[in-house]
Design a protein around this ligand. Structure first.
Ligand code: UDP
Ligand code: MG
Length: 309
């Protein structure tokens, strides 16, 4: 029989966090008095998390394991969880206990009131560098402004979704994905619940600046053509300036003015336009590269091992 709740936790080198994660989730879910399963998605861990997952799954049949053949990334790990979850309500939670499992009960309460997506909003964050806080805050606000989907600010992947929503998300097989954007895009009845984001239980962040940047680019390109429109805007702007400049320059020559003689102005104009053109090409390249990746149609992830169903 299918459980009521499926909890998905993506794991990338979280050996020290696993026992505590399991303990707290089990405790919280037991207190709900309903059936549940915990899906541990091992995203190519190399620190012995895989063995730990086997150990836990051995001891508790409610744990289901998905072991990736290599590191595919957090977003893809979440997707694998969606694909395999059987519950009526599906919860995504970080493995480092920054998302307190106790909040799941609050999310579930809203779900029972009839909401189909209940996302957890970070009202406060503990134990994070000012750089992370600042970049994250900037990121959420930028995304909110320039994407076509209203993705709630200060919201991570920690959320509960109804079976109906997960069934829709499972059909969205895009490669470069931004799960929180996707879950906003589908619509349905959505609501936020505020919570206090804790500090990491153990280990270090698996999101260095490079990965955060990649996630941000994925988020923007997946949900917006804004960067492409910026290129168009610059094109019109430069052309406009040129058109305005022609009569002015002609007038100055006719009246014998010596201003704007020399090469500096020419050089600046050439460099500026060359720069704008290269940036625009690069932006175009980002979108074309994504098209190419989609065209290849490779599987989103490769499982080395899965639970015996
Ligand atoms: N994670 C993953 N694959 C990756 C990077 C991260 O599955 O390539 C998992 C990680 O184990 C954790 C969650 O994604 O459960 C969030 O990562 P982290 O806590 O490092 O991010 P932060 O909270 O610092 O933004
Ligand atoms: Mg974390």
């Amino acid at each position: 029989m299918n459980p009521v709740y499926s909890i998905i936790a993506p794991i990338y080198n979280e050996k020290e966090n696993l026992p505590e994660l399991y303990r707290r989730i089990a405790e919280v879910m037991e207190s709900s008095g309903e059936t549940w399963e915990l899906i541990l998605v091992d995203d190519g861990s190399t620190d012995g998390s895989t063995e730990k997952i086997h150990e836990l799954a051995e001891a508790d049949v409610r744990i289901r394991k998905l072991i990736f053949a290599r590191n595919f990334g957090h977003q893809i790990a979440i997707t694998a969880g969606w694909d395999h979850a059987r519950g009526d309500a599906v919860v995504i939670i970080d493995a480092d206990l920054q998302d307190p499992p106790e909040v799941i009960l609050e999310l579930a309460k809203k779900w029972k009131e009839g909401y189909e997506v209940v996302y957890a909003v970070r009202a406060e964050r503990e134990g994070e560098s000012w750089f992370k806080l600042w970049t994250a805050s900037l990121f959420y606000r930028l995304i909110y402004r320039i994407t076509d989907v209203k993705i709630p600010v200060d919201t991570g992947d920690f959320r509960l979704m109804d079976r109906k929503v997960v069934d829709v998300l499972k059909q969205m097989r895009e490669r470069h994905r931004f799960p929180r954007g996707m879950s906003a895009w589908v619509g349905f009845k959505q609501i936020g619940v505020e919570y206090k984001r804790a500090a990491r239980h153990a280990g270090v962040t698996k999101y260095p600046f490079k990965k955060m940047l990649k996630l941000a680019v994925n988020a923007i390109t997946s949900f917006s053509y804004f960067p492409l429109q910026v290129a168009t805007f610059f094109g019109f702007f430069s052309a406009g300036v040129a058109i305005l400049a022609i009569p002015i320059v002609v007038y100055m020559r006719v009246t014998g003015s010596q201003a704007f003689f020399g090469q500096a102005t020419t050089l600046i104009a050439v460099l500026f336009l060359g720069g704008v053109q290269l940036i625009s090409l690069g932006i175009l390249g980002e979108y074309i590269g994504r098209l190419y990746d989609e065209a290849k149609g490779r599987p989103l992830y490769i499982l080395r091992e899965a639970y015996e169903a």
